[in-house]
Ligand binder design. Sequence first.
Ligand code: BES
Ligand code: ZN
Ligand code: ZN
Length: 483
Amino acid sequence: MTFNFKEESIESIHADFEIILIQDKKIEKYTQSQELFKLSNYKGEGVCIDMQNKILYCELKSLDYEDIRLAFANAYKALKKLEIQSVKTRSVVGKCVVNSFNAIIQGFTFGAYEFNKYKKEPSLSKLQNIIISKDEINEKSYSLEEACIGVNYGQVFSNACDFAKNIVNEIPQIYTPAKMAEDALDLGQNDYKITCKIYESDFLEQEKMQAFLAVNRASAHPPKLIHLSYKPKNAKMRVVFVGKGLTYDSGGLSLKPADYMLTMKSDKSGGAAAMAIIKGASELDLDIEVHSIIGATENMIGGNAYKPDDVLISREGVSIEVRNTDAEGRLVLADCLSLAQDLKPDLLIDLATLTGACVVGLGEYTSAIMGNNEDLQNEFYKVSKKSGDLATILHFNPHLKELIKSNIADVSNTSTSRYGGAITAGLFLNSFIREEYKDKWLHLDIAGPAYLEKAWGYHSFGATGAGVRMCLAYLLYLSRNKK
Ligand code: BES
Ligand code: ZN
Ligand code: ZN
């Protein structure tokens, strides 16, 4: 899809179709379509197509960014089957010009996303050319320069999300750790500002990453440790992302029931997000050094599988009692977080589809933000709110920490209680964060929103790119606001 912001009036722009946004159900002024509105009983809610005049009427609920995204996603969905190539629309400016244009672009791209490579007749829309006029729906005046910045951000954010979605939606037969490494290497090859290094089992052995290795043991596919870096000159700070890249999570010997195993190809969502974020950061030319470390492996069963009752010595030297092999993500992350701290980050963020408990607690729309630094969490939360990614803060507490104590090792990989599972998982990870990084670390549990079995809002079925937009928005915020 191409986006064209034109400093021209809407009337002077040529396109196959026009989108007209309807606010507050005000449909009276569109005299050319009154008969159609009556016939189709259109009262200004949802969409209405006027084929004769080549206009799509589409409801805009408010000027909030999320409603802007939704309106254009709905508009695209209504038009995508038509034999048209181009569409024009007025611009929409809410509170901030940049964020509004970013939201417009995201609306179109999220509305257009489909993963249909395995269908005999994939629906390929001809509608690829989107033209946005400088004319604003409410005749509001605004900076055209900021509009162009917003369009650029929108394209970068959207492409990053599409990139992550394509990884997550790919099937486990194809998407092995080796494939994930290949995609990471491609990223380094296609983007001259990103370098990629892949580490194999021998490196993991050498680095004593026994927790990560144990998870991989029963898999036919060797593990890959991916390290992507983006190092601009004069970077003002260094941010390290760590992603859970479970290309399949069967649960291991603590095998998942059939219903729960389904969708576990999405357990690589954190890793996919970490890859997408560094891609976005590079395309935005941020003055921040960014690293993404991804632990890629499957969690499978077999004669050599790691077992409940095993004790693993992690890279940090902290011993872990395995009480459930399905709590594998935290084991991989423990070793990856250890390596990540060696990079001396100013900020360390991990992303993971870590717990079913997080989905139970927050629902399927919202990610959890955890950590030890309340100011950092609050700041991140505030920025995330405008990004389109839903998130909320879950606070640690010392009582829950008691629940991951082990009788035989330094820490247990499962809590003794059924309750508070998202936080006890966060606290488990906290046992691998060194004192000097405690306040520089955020843990994002994206288990709820990462993968949808039912489309909602402007998201299609399947992967959503959860975590990508909030992290990119936060990097942009850091770039603009920190010395
Ligand atoms: N990958 C799952 C978490 C998950 C569940 C992600 C649902 C997305 C949707 C994780 O590895 C897992 O299985 N966690 C267990 C931990 C438990 C055994 C302590 C869980 O949440 O049940
Ligand atoms: Zn698991
Ligand atoms: Zn998992």
